[in-house]
Design a binder for this molecule. Structure first.
Ligand SMILES: Cc1ncc(COP(=O)(O)O)c(C=O)c1O
Length: 397
């Protein structure tokens, strides 16, 4: 069989993600990579030992499709310890990273002609998954400059085809968190309509300055119509293990599992067992995350003070935004992709531009995203290179 000239698959406009592109470029140029969101430090040796234990004790065959009951029970216990509730049998499904929960929930809920609403800047996995399902992705921008929800605009976008609203809380890349009032608005807008909420809460434990996570699963009304997505990649610093989970009421869990069983089917058995053992030994591991990343946020902010970059307050996630519009006209005139290229080539630092997170990037946006999940030495080195670069530009514009 040969394909006709000009043949295109189902996502002809999609290229390699900006994260992969920037990490590749960083490796080629020997740049310090504070772009893509993955830790460059070692994991807890105790967690690594749990994998060895799991393999040695025979957890090497297919895990149950919905996730091992041990892991689901440990997840339920964690939720209960924070005042929530989820039934491990009927409301929790272990998936290949949070990303697979998102994909499977979208496939379960959106079909040809259906619409799903996302908020720009949006994590890049949402839009293609909606389109692959045959649906239409409606992009609503978060309000500049503080990336807040405009619920009137959401209300105006709702119609009989709307099937899903995706929120990401805490928000990557805006580094903002949703308020209780935001969730109430969402509940009001979806009340008595066949619209589900997909809440991407993978950064639930990374919120700063005493903020308390507002989860859809603790919201009396939203709980009954929401998928909430989590990631052990974020919670245990193991992005490469690809273990996440979805919490949803029984009806939505049933629909999610219908897709999941023919998508990933199940998640690696030894890794699920390793995480189960680790959570049994360290049920409070998640409590360390906010102070851990909070200290890194302070370090990076301090080291970039005087660089000329403006650093809006980061309320949550392990990212920090940097606005370069106050730098010299030569630099401030560059768009964010050009500025990121300059930083790789001339400062030796890889960051992520914000415009690829938009369907229509706002004109004149001069913001890049920096990742905090790096060793202190990495953050210090990156900040020192950026500061040296902006200083040199000021002296020799
Ligand atoms: C907002 C957001 N959602 C989902 C994911 C995917 O999580 P996982 O790596 O567990 O698939 C990420 C990972 O970067 C993310 O930033």
């Amino acid at each position: 069989m040969s394909f006709p000239e000009g043949f295109q698959g189902k996502l002809p406009d999609v290229g390699t993600t900006i994260f992969t592109v920037m990490s590749r470029r960083a490796a080629e140029r020997g740049a310090v990579n504070i772009g893509q969101g993955f830790p460059d430090y070692s994991i807890d040796p105790g967690l690594a030992a749990c994998v060895t234990d799991a393999v040695a004790t025979g957890f090497n065959q297919y895990a149950p499709m919905e996730g091992s009951l041990g892991l689901r029970a440990a997840i339920a216990a964690n939720i209960a310890s924070r005042g929530g509730r989820a039934d491990p049998e009927t409301e929790i499904t272990v998936t290949c990273g949070g990303a697979e929960s998102i994909y499977s929930a979208i496939q379960a809920m959106v079909g040809p002609g259906g619409e799903a609403i996302v908020f720009d800047p949006a994590y890049d996995a949402y839009d293609p998954a909606i389109r692959l399902a045959g649906g239409r992705c409606i992009h609503i921008p978060l309000e500049a400059p503080h990336f807040r929800y405009d619920w009137d605009r959401v209300k105006a976008a709702l119609n009989e085809r709307t099937r899903l609203i995706l929120i990401n809380n805490p928000h990557n890349p805006a580094c903002t968190v949703a308020t209780a009032a935001d969730l109430d608005q969402l509940a009001e807008l979806t009340r008595d309509r066949p619209i589900a909420v997909l809440a991407d809460e993978v950064y639930e434990h990374v919120q700063f300055d005493g903020r308390v996570h507002q989860s859809v699963i603790n919201h009396e009304e939203l709980r009954s119509r929401s998928f909430a997505v989590y990631s052990f990649g974020k919670t245990l610093h193991i992005t490469g293990w690809r273990v996440g989970y979805c919490v949803a009421p029984p009806l939505l869990t049933r629909e999610l599992r219908r897709v999941h069983q023919f998508n990933a089917f199940s998640t690696p058995a030894p890794l699920q067992q390793a995480i189960t053992l680790y959570l049994q030994r360290h049920p409070d591991a998640w409590r360390e995350l906010a102070p851990f990343f909070g200290a890194k946020r302070e370090l990076l902010r301090q080291r970039l003070a005087g660089s000329g970059l403006e650093l809006p307050p980061a309320e949550g996630t392990y990212f920090q935004l940097a606005d370069y519009s106050s730098l010299d006209a030569g630099i401030a005139g560059l768009n964010d992709v050009e500025f990121s290229e300059r930083l790789i080539n001339e400062a030796g630092v890889a960051v992520i531009p914000l415009s690829p997170f938009y369907r229509e990037p706002p004109a004149g946006m001069r913001i890049v995203r920096l990742c905090l999940a790096k060793r202190d030495e990495t953050l210090v080195e990156a900040a020192s290179r950026i500061s040296a670069y902006t200083r040199a530009q000021r002296q020799n514009p």
